[in-house]
Design a protein around this ligand. Sequence first.
Ligand code: CU
Length: 265
Amino acid sequence: MKKALFSFAAAAAAMLVTFAVTSTPVAGQGGTGTIVGHVKYMGPTPVNPLIRMGADPRCNKLYVGKRPTAPTFIVGGDGAFANVLVNLDGSFPNAPAPTAPAVLNQKDCQYVPRVLGARIGQTLQVTNEDPTDHNVHSLSKAGNDFNRTQLVNGKPFDVTLKASELLRITCDNHSWMTAYVAIMDNPYYAVSGTDGSFTIANVPVGKQSVKAWHEVMGMQTQMVDVQAGKTTTVEFTFAPTPKPAASAPIRELTVPSQGALIALR
Ligand SMILES: [Cu+2]
C-alpha cells in the first residue's frame, strides 16, 4: 500500500506542476459551446488493492463477508473509466465560485467521491455518515491546510478553499482513505462518471486545451475547437504502458547426482 501511495503522491505532484506552468491565454470572445466527452480504459482492468479494514473494527463490521478494495480503477464492462478529472487549461475571465458547497462525504470508511472538482473561494463541506471517527487531513502545498477530527455523528465542517491545487486528502485514522479535490480558478472542469462520460458547458469558443487526469494513469491533453452554440466531442483513452520483456538473469539448475536436492546458483 505504501508503494501505491507514493505513486499517488507523484501523480499529484505532476498535476501541481502542470497547474503552475502550462497556463496560456485563450481568447474568450464570441459566445460559448459545450464539450461532451468520454473516457475509456483499454486493456485488462488493474486489480485494486485490498483494504484491511481490521485496523478499525467499526469499519470492519461494514464489510462482513466482503473484500473491500481501494476504488482506484473504476472501469465498466465497456471500458468506461470513472473518476477521471477533466479540465480546461488556460486563462479565462473571472467567474464567481458556486455558493453551494462542494461536498466530500465519508461513507463505509471511504471518501465519496474519490475525485472532486471545486473552485477557489468555494466551501468544501466534509460530512461523516460512518459509525466511527475520522481525521480529515489535507496535504496542501498551496495554503489549503486543515487537519480535523470528525467524531461519530459529528456535524459537517466547512473549509473555504483558498488556492488552486490538486489537493490530496487523507485520514489519519484510516491509512487507506484518500480523496482528491481539484481546486480550480475557472468553472471549466468535470469528473467522468461510471459511464465514462463528462460534460463541460458554457465554454468560450475557440481552441481549447482539455486535460484528463487519473491518479495512477497520469495526464493526457487534447486540443478541441469549440464553436458557438455547438457541442464538441472528445474521447480520452487510457491504456497501460507495455512493459519491456523480463530480463531476469538466467540461473543454472544443478541437479545433484544423488539425492533430491535442487540448488540454484
Ligand atoms: Cu477515516
